[in-house]
Design a protein around this ligand. Structure first.
Ligand SMILES: [Zn+2]
Length: 213
């Protein structure tokens, strides 16, 4: 299957989340995107990282402007959300895991593993509330999209001087992923994502992410 056929076949939840991640990448924020879907397949909300931006969201420009929280903040306060699925391109951190529990979202699906800040395995039996609302978690996503989701934040970090300890950590824990990020970084859409749709980036990245072991 080629890149565009694979993209067309991808679940809508993933498509929405990846489009948000690509948008954050183009805006200079950390490239993570999320979407929330109702069981009937209706899109409830999207969110994306806006840490290095201003406007568009009350948390934008703060260290709390995480993609998952941006999407979760759109949920109504007077309904149950245990049948809602959160799709997110990167394994949720401790902050987002807390927000997921407090919002009582039933299912979390994440694409890329985060060996530095990922908290999908956070123990949630610490009190009655976390134990009661512990979500079902499905991730990481196998195949090219999981690899793209995990590598994209590393491309971002390699191009900036921010959070260098993250890259140092992954270089130790998963050097092949850092190499993959290096390959992607050289591609035109990853050099200047503002001028390329994610489909174009995917096409160019495909030989690297579909052959990666
Ligand atoms: Zn987070």
């Amino acid at each position: 299957m080629d890149a565009l056929a694979a993209w067309d076949a991808l679940d809508m939840g993933w498509k929405a989340a990846f489009q948000q991640a690509w948008k954050s990448f183009g805006k200079g924020s950390f490239p993570v995107g999320s979407s929330l879907f109702a069981p009937n397949g209706m899109l409830i909300a999207v969110g994306r990282n806006r840490i290095f931006e201003t406007g568009g969201d009350p948390l934008a420009g703060s260290l709390l402007a995480h993609a998952e929280v941006g999407a979760l903040s759109r949920l109504s306060t007077d309904e149950r959300h245990d049948d809602v699925t959160l799709f997110t391109t990167l394994e949720p951190c401790v902050f987002c895991m807390g927000a997921i529990v407090l919002c009582r979202v039933g299912t979390v699906r994440y694409a890329g593993s985060d060996s530095y800040g990922g908290a999908a395995k956070l123990p949630l039996d610490i009190n009655a509330q976390t134990a009661r609302y512990e979500p079902a978690i499905d991730g990481p996503l196998d195949g090219p999209f999981g690899r793209l989701a995990a590598a994209l934040p590393l491309v971002y970090l390699a191009r900036s001087d921010r959070w260098t300890r993250v890259l140092d950590h992954v270089r130790e824990s998963d050097p092949d992923l850092v190499d993959l990020a290096g390959d992607l970084e050289a591609l035109a859409p990853f050099q200047d994502p503002r001028f390329f749709p994610i489909a174009k980036a995917l096409e160019e990245a495909w030989p690297f992410i579909s052959s990666f072991e």
